[in-house]
Design a protein around this ligand. Structure first.
Ligand SMILES: *Cc1c(COP(=O)(O)O)cnc(C)c1O
Length: 452
């Protein structure tokens, strides 16, 4: 299996190469040359453990990694989860399920992708003997998850940009209270989108990229999207057989990476009723799916900070596939968007298959209260965004993207219960170690150089 760029101006790459590079040289995102048809295989995976299922899935993509190595790597990646099922389903009613994706080391769904990515990098460094510098931007959870995926890995430095004061205090502690020498949390003045824009510019400098062997860890990395497909299939197989094809996955969404993975699993043959994009008040995606309007607004800080995003990088992959793999058109649209800050869909069909909702902060708080009252279930503010207009759905699987203990203030205020988790308690007494950097290309490059 080879991987091509959504912008069509990069030659096909192997899985390992595409993972190592992250962003394609033409600034597009890597996608499989052709999505495999798994429709006849998926049901035969019923009953597999999470790592086993992950292996069966990845065999189709990571074709340049020997199978026994791939299997061992996946087992290692999922060895630090605190639940035997990794991604357990909680049944709230006959037609309402929550899939808990917060049993990894940093208590957010991003661990599924980043624990695996860390192991893939480790293999790469060991094989090539060449150290790498990983650079990412985070609106909160990515940074912690990325750092934890790469913590102490030999030959790997990790630099994570995040907006100062716009991630929760606990999220910040998860990034900055680590003693490993290979970890550099970089706080910037500005929004997540400023960080993301600077990051794209740094990656755009190919010479610099090659000089320090730069690699991306934000949600544009191909391995992350593929790793996330797996829990959708796992959830699908855990549903009662008669509900599977009628299920809608409801996905709290920011950068579009999570929901895109589910949608891709469906394009590989996992038949469901649809996907629901649940946004907070930063609703560019809701405006797109309800009105066809994709235009930038200002980022408004919310109760669900990991979704405080207006530029949904992974949307480019969705465009590409929706346009039937037309890279020229994708490139034109994305270049136009960079210039004008918007585009209208015009002829592109928005299917019923992908619907959306939006929740402001008052609704998020009310929802946390109601869900606790109605089901006795404590939910975090990101997951809460999914509990909207559910009566329209025959069967809903809400993806729970974070443990409520990561957002204790709002959760306690709304439920009267203080959510806790031992791994977070342990962080509270540790020292913070972070570096202030200006959110521009030159400053970031200088910092990275100074650590070589
Ligand atoms: C990152 C994150 C999201 C958004 O996921 P995307 O892939 O960016 O759509 C939602 N909830 C939590 C808790 C997150 O960490």
């Amino acid at each position: 299996m080879k991987f091509v760029s959504t912008r069509g101006q990069t030659e096909p790459h192997s899985f390992s190469e595409a993972v190592r590079i992250g962003l394609a040289p033409d600034k597009g995102l890597f996608v499989p040359e052709k999505l495999p048809d798994l429709s006849s295989e998926i049901l035969s995976w019923d009953g597999l453990s999470y790592p086993e299922l992950c292996y069966e899935f990845f065999k189709h993509f990571a074709t340049d990694i020997p199978q026994d190595e791939l299997k061992a790597l996946i087992e290692k990646a999922y060895s630090r989860f605190d639940h035997a099922e990794h991604a357990p389903m909680v049944k709230l009613s006959d037609k309402l399920y929550v899939q808990e994706l917060f049993h990894g080391p940093t208590l957010a769904f991003k661990d599924f992708a980043l624990q695996l990515l860390g192991c893939l990098y480790e293999r790469q460094v060991a094989k090539s003997g060449q150290s790498i510098n990983v650079l990412g931007a985070t609106s909160g959870d990515t940074g912690a998850a990325a750092i934890n995926g790469l913590l102490g890995k030999k030959g790997v430095n990790i630099f994570i940009l995040y907006p100062d004061g716009r991630v929760s205090p606990l999220q910040e502690r998860q990034m900055t209270c680590l003693e490993e020498e290979n970890v550099f949390p970089l706080c910037i003045k500005g929004s997540f989108d400023d960080a993301q824009a600077a990051l794209k510019d740094v990656f755009g400098d190919k010479e610099f990229s090659q000089e320090v062997h730069l690699s991306a860890v934000n949600s544009i990395n191909l391995a992350r999207i593929l790793a996330q497909c797996v829990y959708y299939i796992y959830a699908y197989l855990k549903l009662p057989a008669e509900r599977r094809e009628r299920a809608t996955f409801v996905v709290p969404t920011g950068n579009f990476g999570n929901v895109l993975a589910g949608w891709m699993a469906s394009r590989m043959g996992m038949i469901v009723d649809g996907y629901r994009v649940a946004t907070n008040q930063n609703d560019i995606l809701h405006r797109f799916f309800s009105e066809g309007d994709y235009s930038l607004g200002d980022v408004q800080p919310s109760h669900a900070p990991s979704m405080d995003i207006q530029v949904a990088s992974n949307f480019e992959r969705f465009l590409y596939f929706s346009l039937g793999g037309n890279a020229d058109m994708t490139r034109e649209i994305m270049e136009g968007f960079k210039k004008d800050g918007n585009f209208q869909v015009g002829g592109m069909a928005i299917t019923e298959f992908m619907t959306s909702t939006r929740m402001d902060d008052a609704e998020i708080a009310q929802t946390i209260t109601n869900v606790y009252r109605d089901y006795g279930y404590v939910t975090d503010p990101h997951t809460a965004c999914g509990f909207k207009e559910l009566e329209q759905l025959e069967t809903a699987v809400i993806l729970s993207t974070a443990h409520p203990a990561k957002f204790p203030d709002v959760v306690e205020k709304c439920t009267g219960v203080e959510p806790t988790h031992p791994s977070l308690e342990a962080l509270k007494s540790k020292d913070i170690r972070k570096f202030a950097v200006a959110p521009d290309e030159a400053s970031i490059k200088a910092f990275i150089r100074s650590k070589q």
